[in-house]
Design a protein around this ligand. Structure first.
Ligand code: G1P
Length: 302
């Protein structure tokens, strides 16, 4: 069983990155030299996806252009003999992978965005990837790790991660019954609970493998946290009918929906970038040296 279809909800306004996101999609912001959405797409493809379904909104044409064939650019690079660059451009969408774009007319929330994918997904299990959550899966991409769990148990799987208590109210939070190390059956799931009401410190991150049952449930999911139709609320109904597993993935997640997380990702990916990694490392060593020499001075002044 392979998950062939991956859904990318990309209709969010990206207000936390204004003015950068006034005219371009937040998912097009680069981590070093690749846009966030491309990392997400590569992760899906590495887990076997061959149909990519983007749920888009206004100002998201750049995403469509990014995954389109760039005839002019390719011809130009070909004529100039820029083989390496040509390969980079062509790798954006490997052969055999197709894209579908669906416009979410109103920003009614993640659950609503996923529901918009129903006509393209149909009656099969599928994945959802939130490009904001960039995950360096180290040995294996996060979705490929989840795919293994899915293959073994044949049920919905959502990715979770322990987060500090002060941050818990920014997430969907699960309470689980342990099944195996790092794996539990979801007993309860709540969207953005208050710190004191959170059922655990296990937060949902932006990777889901879901059965199509979710669509029927989303159809009758009322508006929840933030006045939006929440995927979490539909999953909460789903656990009454089907097993949903919460999987603690191996790897590092960067919250690229926040400025700090985005900067951290750029630094980490910059450090190991084949082209600039070494020089960037030297540069950062210099910067940290400067910062160290700053610290005592600040103290003296204080
Ligand atoms: C969404 C989901 C939330 C999840 C989070 C992960 O929230 O609704 O359950 O924990 O993604 O990034 P958002 O970040 O869109 O508010």
């Amino acid at each position: 069983m392979r998950i062939r279809k991956a859904v990318f909800p990309v209709a969010g306004l990206g207000t936390r990155f204004l003015p950068a996101t006034k005219a371009i999609a937040k998912e097009m912001l680069p981590i070093v030299d690749k846009p966030l959405i491309q990392y997400a797409v590569q992760e899906a493809i590495s887990a076997g996806a061959e149909e990519l379904i983007f749920i888009t909104g206004r100002s998201k044409n750049s995403i469509m252009d990014h995954f389109d064939k760039a005839y002019e650019l390719e011809t130009e690079l070909e004529q100039r003999g820029k083989e390496k660059l040509l390969a980079i451009v062509r790798e954006v969408l490997p052969p055999g992978v197709t894209c579908i774009f669906i416009r979410q007319a109103e920003a009614l929330g993640l659950g609503h965005a996923v529901l918009c994918a129903w006509p393209a997904v149909g009656d099969e299990d599928f994945s959802v990837i939130l490009a904001d959550d960039l995950i360096d899966g180290k040995l294996r991409p996060c979705l490929a790790q989840m795919q293994r769990v899915y293959q073994e148990y044949g049920t919905s799987v959502i990715a979770v991660q322990k987060v500090p208590k002060e941050e818990i109210s920014s997430y969907g939070v699960v309470e689980v019954q342990p099944v195996a190390p790092g794996l539990g059956e979801v007993r309860r799931i709540v969207e953005k609970p208050k710190k004191e009401d959170a059922p655990s410190d296990l937060a949902v991150v932006g990777r889901y493998i879901l059965t199509p049952r979710i669509f029927k449930l989303l159809e009758r999911t009322p508006r929840g946290a933030g006045g939006e139709i929440q995927l979490t609320d539909a999953i909460s109904m789903m656990i009454q009918e089907q097993t949903v597993l919460a999987y603690e993935f191996e790897g590092t997640r960067y919250d690229c929906g926040s400025k700090l997380g985005y900067l951290k990702a750029n630094v980490e990916y910059g450090l190991k970038h084949p082209e600039i990694g070494e020089e960037f490392t030297q540069y950062l060593k210099g910067v940290s040296g400067d910062l160290n020499s700053l610290a005592p001075k600040e103290k003296k002044q204080g």
